[in-house]
Design a protein around this ligand. Structure first.
Ligand code: NAP
Length: 257
């Protein structure tokens, strides 16, 4: 367990939701580099196929499959998990898709949008774990990582419904770790602001300006998150479960958002 190969993922089969760009793409790349066969998902088929091709180019010999669909659709979840199983079982699940359609005062929040946020960010993540469990993880064991947010650890006053959904995802991570151990480990990663399309609004003041509010003096990159996810799903993390690792350039260490 303590040998240098412990972060190697050769022979593992992984499913990364929302892998056509941003953090999910970087996670898929890192897992493929470490030897895992990877299934990626996303709603738009074309960019998803392009991402899968780019991943195969970046890691010669890698097995990367694209399954287009919406995380909120149970049939799509079944298809995506089946594609991972076709790679020899499902060992790794990364619930990366997340949406943030509502911001501002909670008193003005559209409850339909809030419901959709929880459905995608929390209920669908649980749906994916159920699907993976029933499709074989129950018998073979495995590792799940949920992509949360520091907005789920500390109120932002701005993206409040999103933050509440990520707090629920963090709690779900702990409950699942309890119920699925010892064979399945379930952890979460809570990023600070990471430079992706999703963060455009959060970076409106300018990347440098936002970066200066972080002890590490920069905002995050998708690769910063991918490295931690790859560690968590590997044997090197075999005694870590129910944990949420902040990957936030020290943001919460400053005490504020
Ligand atoms: N970027 C940040 O600052 C930040 C900070 C904290 C946490 N996070 C979390 O990190 C995760 C990834 O965010 P990101 O910044 O990488 O976002 P992104 O760049 O916008 O990428 C999102 C990915 O998910 C897919 N996707 C979105 N909604 C989907 C749905 N309903 N069903 C299936 N696929 C869907 C997108 O493809 P399609 O558009 O084609 O569906 C795309 O591949 C999210 O859970 C987010 O909450 C991000």
């Amino acid at each position: 367990m303590t040998d240098t190969a412990s972060t190697d993922l050769t022979g593992r089969s992984a499913l990364v939701t929302g892998g056509s760009r941003g953090i999910g793409y970087a996670i898929a790349l890192e897992l493929a580099r470490r030897g895992a066969a990877v299934v990626i998902t996303g709603r738009k088929p074309e960019p998803l196929d392009e991402a899968a091709a780019a991943l195969r180019d970046a890691v010669p010999g890698s097995v990367v499959t694209a399954v287009a669909g919406n995380t909120g659709d149970p049939e799509h979840r079944t298809d995506a998990v089946a594609a991972a199983v076709a790679n020899g079982g499902i060992d790794i699940l990364v619930n990366n898709t997340g949406i943030n359609p509502t911001a501002g005062p909670l008193m003005d929040a559209d409850l339909g949008a809030v419901r959709k946020t929880f459905d995608t960010n929390v209920v669908a993540a649980l749906g994916y774990v159920q699907e993976a469990y029933r499709a074989g993880m129950k018998d073979t064991g495995g590792a799940v990582v949920n992509i949360a947010s520091i907005a789920g650890l500390r109120p932002t006053g701005l993206i409040a419904a999103y933050g509440a959904s990520k707090a629920a995802l963090i709690h779900l991570t702990e409950e699942l770790a309890w119920q699925l151990g010892p064979s399945i480990r379930v952890n979460a990663v809570a990023p600070g602001v990471v430079k992706t399309k999703f963060a455009d609004v959060l970076l409106a003041a300018g990347e440098d300006v936002v970066g200066q509010t972080y002890p590490m003096n920069r905002v995050g990159t998708p690769e910063d998150i991918a490295a931690t996810v790859a560690f968590l799903v590997s044997d090197a993390a075999s005694w870590i479960t129910g944990e949420t690792i902040r990957v936030d350039g020290g943001k919460l260490a400053t005490g504020g958002m």
